[in-house]
Ligand binder design. Structure first.
Ligand SMILES: Nc1ncnc2c1ncn2[C@@H]1O[C@H](COP(=O)(O)OP(=O)(O)O)[C@@H](O)[C@H]1O
Ligand SMILES: Cc1ncc(C[n+]2csc(CCOP(=O)(O)OP(=O)(O)O)c2C)c(N)n1
Ligand SMILES: [Mg+2]
Length: 304
């Protein structure tokens, strides 16, 4: 495992779970380890499956507007489906709610869930409700992808240009982590018009997530400090790389495809080239203006 990721308990646990749940089931094309699992569906489609849990005080503040929490709970899964090149379809929603003010809070939570689901064409077709001391909400979502449009994290090639779909950092301070726009349109545009070698969404921050893309693709990445787009008020590179919950797309294209992208997407979307994939080393290195190669700063957010 990548040395940078190995120090982070969450990734050791995830790697353990990924190993334990590896399956030989022929219907499973990709099991645990990517943004969503891939199963064999009808003819030209693969089914996509993903699950993400939000926990009070970990993913949102106690007392947060629960419409926003509901919106975010659906949006994070929509973002995962988009990052595979797919379209979201169905969701099952499990919620653990404290007794206090139950009816009003549940209503707000479900209003937010419903709003985001409608916006992205997701049908909520089931779920579960329990009492819990802390608010917890877990969304299981399915999607589908044309086989030829499927994009994994593991497909990056030596020399690929690395892109992000928007500026990074400050998601918590600005509140954006609660009302971000999952990049469904951008992902649809990319897979329809380009050969995208690898793609994922940015939930843990560019530093960690690009490390994971590198590990999955068995390559290194060199990124250019001055090319990393930052959100307003994001003062340091460490914040842009480590704040997390950007929910932008991170993807790679062969150089010829990359040159075509900037011309082709002008006026509709803005994609930022930030570096390139390499066989020269493993992991992520940051290139400064002076040409110095720096290692990643330690991550700012850790679950454990
Ligand atoms: N408890 C678990 N059991 C099985 N697989 C897991 C578990 N936790 C995480 N994974 C898998 O590991 C991969 C990385 O997880 P995570 O960091 O949550 O992904 P993401 O950032 O895309 O949401 C995913 O494919 C996920 O399905
Ligand atoms: C109260 C609060 N504390 C911290 C954060 C920041 N934060 C919470 S989870 C997270 C990382 C991504 O979440 P995770 O559940 O690991 O997403 P996944 O990788 O599973 O998609 C960050 C940066 C927040 N949004 N709210
Ligand atoms: Mg997850």
């Amino acid at each position: 495992m990548d040395a940078y990721l190995k120090n982070i308990k969450e990734w050791a646990l995830v790697a353990q779970a990924v190993r334990r749940f590896r399956t030989a089931d022929p219907s499973v094309v990709v099991g645990p380890g990517d943004d969503a699992a891939v199963i064999r569906g009808p003819k030209e489609l693969y089914g996509l499956l993903t699950v993400d849990m939000l926990v009070e005080s970990v993913h949102f503040k106690k007392g947060e507007d629960l419409r926003r929490v509901g919106y975010k709970a659906v949006a994070v899964s929509v973002s995962d489906i988009a990052a595979m090149g797919g379209e979201p379809r169905f969701a099952l929603v499990s919620a653990g709610l404290p007794r206090k003010d139950l009816a009003r809070r549940a209503q707000a939570l479900f209003a937010g869930l419903g709003q985001c689901a409608r916006r992205y064409g997701v049908s909520v077709i089931g779920g579960d409700i329990n009492r819990s001391d802390r608010l917890v909400i877990d969304v299981f979502m399915t999607g589908e992808v044309k086989k030829k449009n499927l994009v994994l994290r593991s497909g990056a090639k030596d020399g690929d240009t690395i892109f992000v779909s928007g500026p990074l950092g400050g998601s918590q301070r600005s509140g954006r982590h609660l009302f971000f726009v999952p990049r469904v349109k951008e992902a649809r545009f990319l897979v329809k018009n380009f050969k995208v070698n690898a793609m994922m969404d940015l939930s843990d921050g560019l530093g960690m997530d690009l490390s994971r893309l590198c590990e999955a693709s068995r390559l290194g990445a060199e990124i250019f400090e001055d090319d990393i787009p930052r959100n307003p008020g994001v003062k340091t590179m460490a914040a842009a790389l480590g704040d997390g919950e950007d929910y932008e797309l991170l993807f790679t294209l062969a150089p010829a495809q990359a040159r075509r992208l900037s011309a082709y997407s002008a006026g509709r979307f803005h994609f930022y080239p930030i570096g390139r994939m390499t066989t020269a080393f493993k992991g992520v290195r940051i290139c400064t203006r002076g040409g110095l190669l720096k290692k990643l700063p330690p991550p700012k957010f850790r679950h454990f």
